[in-house]
Structures are given as C-alpha cells and as structure tokens.
Design a protein around this ligand. Structure first.
Ligand SMILES: NC(=O)c1ccc[n+]([C@@H]2O[C@H](COP(=O)([O-])OP(=O)(O)OC[C@H]3O[C@@H](n4cnc5c(N)ncnc54)[C@H](O)[C@@H]3O)[C@@H](O)[C@H]2O)c1
Length: 248
C-alpha cells in the first residue's frame, strides 16, 4: 500500500521540473488523484499523460496561479469533480533576475505575484475546506535564496515571505489537523537553474558539500514525506534540499 493511498492532491507548476517530479512521485506513492495545475496547458497535459497513460489518476489542467479569479475557478472545478483536496503543493514559481539598482517594476511585480500571491490564491480556497474536513497537508516551495542571493532581491523577498506565510499558517491551522511546511531547494537541475550563468552555477556546486546539483526527484521525495502521514508531527518547518549548500 502506497503511503498516499486514497489521497487527493493538487500540485501547482506540475508541468515540468520539480512540480512534474512531485506529480510522478505522488503517482508512485499511490495517491487516488493528482491534479497538476500549470500555466502551460499543453505541457501539463503531456506530462500527466506520460506519468499516467490511463488518464484516470493524473489530470493536467491550465491555471495561472498568479490570478485569483482563475485559480478560484479552476479549484472550484477540482472540488466539483473530486469532492476534496487532502494535499496542496505550491510549487509554481518564476525568476526575473536583475541587480536591484537595475530592476524594473514588472520584474518585481511578476515574481511577487507568481511566487507569493499564488499562495493566497490557492490557500484561500483550500484552507477553509481543509479546516472543515479536519485534515490537510500543505507544502510550499521556498528556496535557499530566501536567505539572500545576488541578483534576486525580488525572488528572495518572495521566498522569504513564503517561509513566513508557512510558519504563520502552520500556527493557525494545527488545531484543525492541518500541517503546513516548506522545502528550500538549491541548485536543482531544472530549466530554472539552467537559466543561471554557467560560472555562477559552477561556483554554487563548488560550495555544495555533496558536490553536485540535485535532481527534481530528490526534492519530490522530501515533499512526499511532508505530504504523507509519516510527517504527522511536523509543522511550520522548512527543510533545506540543497546538498548542504545552506545550513540554517
Ligand atoms: N531549480 C532550482 O534550483 C530551484 C531552487 C530553489 C527553489 N526552486 C523553486 O522550485 C519551484 C519549481 O521550480 P523549477 O526549478 O521546477 O522550475 P521550472 O521552471 O522547471 O518549473 C516551474 C513550473 O511552474 C510553472 N508556472 C510558472 N508560472 C506559473 C503560473 N503563473 N501559474 C501556474 N504555473 C506556473 C511553469 O510553467 C513550470 O511548469 C519554484 O517555486 C522555484 O522557485 C527551484
């Protein structure tokens, strides 16, 4: 019996990278249904089909989690079809890097909107229902950059806020049997990390005790732990998944 047997999970940013690895891992863990929400509809549907050719367990749906109205509408359809959400993984995220003295307003706004406001947009719908059902596992994807990184004031601000949001929501929700945790990846081999200049990426790997980049599946396994009842007494935590890059 898989450790997510019978569970219904929503994963944002599930079309590729870490989110796609989470969808795959939840499928392997035996979840009853996994709904992968992504702004890239085609890729979300293709990834879902690749993981679950039967189409009975994994569904890819288009959703811009930066839009409150779109997210409420899509999650409304999820509740109509599946009745409940046991697990919510807020993975969707973007970077728009620039030194702060050159940063444009839209680089700031877009990163804060997708990386932070999306948590309001998903949780505002899901949390009241999790409170009613007296069960929920929420995992947010933070970043080692929350502790500071050159060229990422916007991204660091959004991820630092993800950490604060996680802790406060955990304090509010514990009494309703809901856990809220986050993971902080660093140097994971995805499109996002590949966008980094090569010399900077190589330097970061040199500063990583495990001496290599991480794979999306190595983040997904930690998210799976935090989404399962194996972590039933863990809440408000942030687990670094960066090969030791950052120890806090
Ligand atoms: N890769 C890393 O090294 C690393 C390190 C730390 C944190 N992270 C975080 O991990 C998460 C996943 O990143 P990744 O590396 O897999 O990136 P990625 O670019 O490979 O995947 C991100 C996914 O989010 C989707 N997305 C973007 N904007 C969206 C929106 N408005 N609505 C819905 N979906 C949207 C994209 O289409 C994509 O499928 C992000 O939150 C990122 O900040 C990644």
């Amino acid at each position: 019996m898989g450790k997510l047997e019978g569970k219904i999970a929503v994963v944002t940013g599930g079309a590729k990278g870490i989110g796609a690895a989470v969808v795959k891992r939840f499928f392997e863990d035996g979840a009853a249904h996994i709904i992968s929400l992504d702004i890239d509809r085609e890729r979300a549907e293709a990834t879902a089909k690749e993981i679950d050719p039967s189409g009975k367990i994994v569904a890819g749906m288009k959703c811009d989690v930066g839009s409150e109205a779109a997210t409420a509408e899509v999650l409304g359809r999820v509740y109509d079809e599946y009745g409940r959400v046991d697990i919510l993984v807020n993975d969707a995220g973007i970077t728009r890097d620039a030194m702060f003295h050159k940063m444009k307003r839209d680089q700031w706004d877009s990163v804060l909107n997708v990386n932070l406001n999306s948590l309001y947009n998903t949780c505002r719908v899901v949390v009241p229902r999790m409170r009613e059902q007296y069960y929920g596992k929420i995992v947010n994807v933070c970043s080692s950059s929350a502790w500071g990184n050159v060229g990422q004031t916007n991204y660091s601000a959004s991820k630092g806020a993800v950490l604060g949001f996680t802790r406060s929501l955990a304090k509010e929700s514990g009494g309703k049997n809901i856990t809220v945790n986050c993971v902080a990846p660093a140097q994971i081999d995805t499109n996002m990390a590949r966008a980094m200049p090569e010399n900077i990426a190589a330097m970061a790997v040199k500063l990583t005790p495990l001496g290599r980049k991480g794979q999306p599946a190595e983040v997904a396994s930690v998210i799976s732990f935090l989404s399962s009842d194996d972590s039933s007494y863990v809440t408000g935590e942030c687990i670094q998944v960066g090969g030791g890059f950052l120890m806090v």
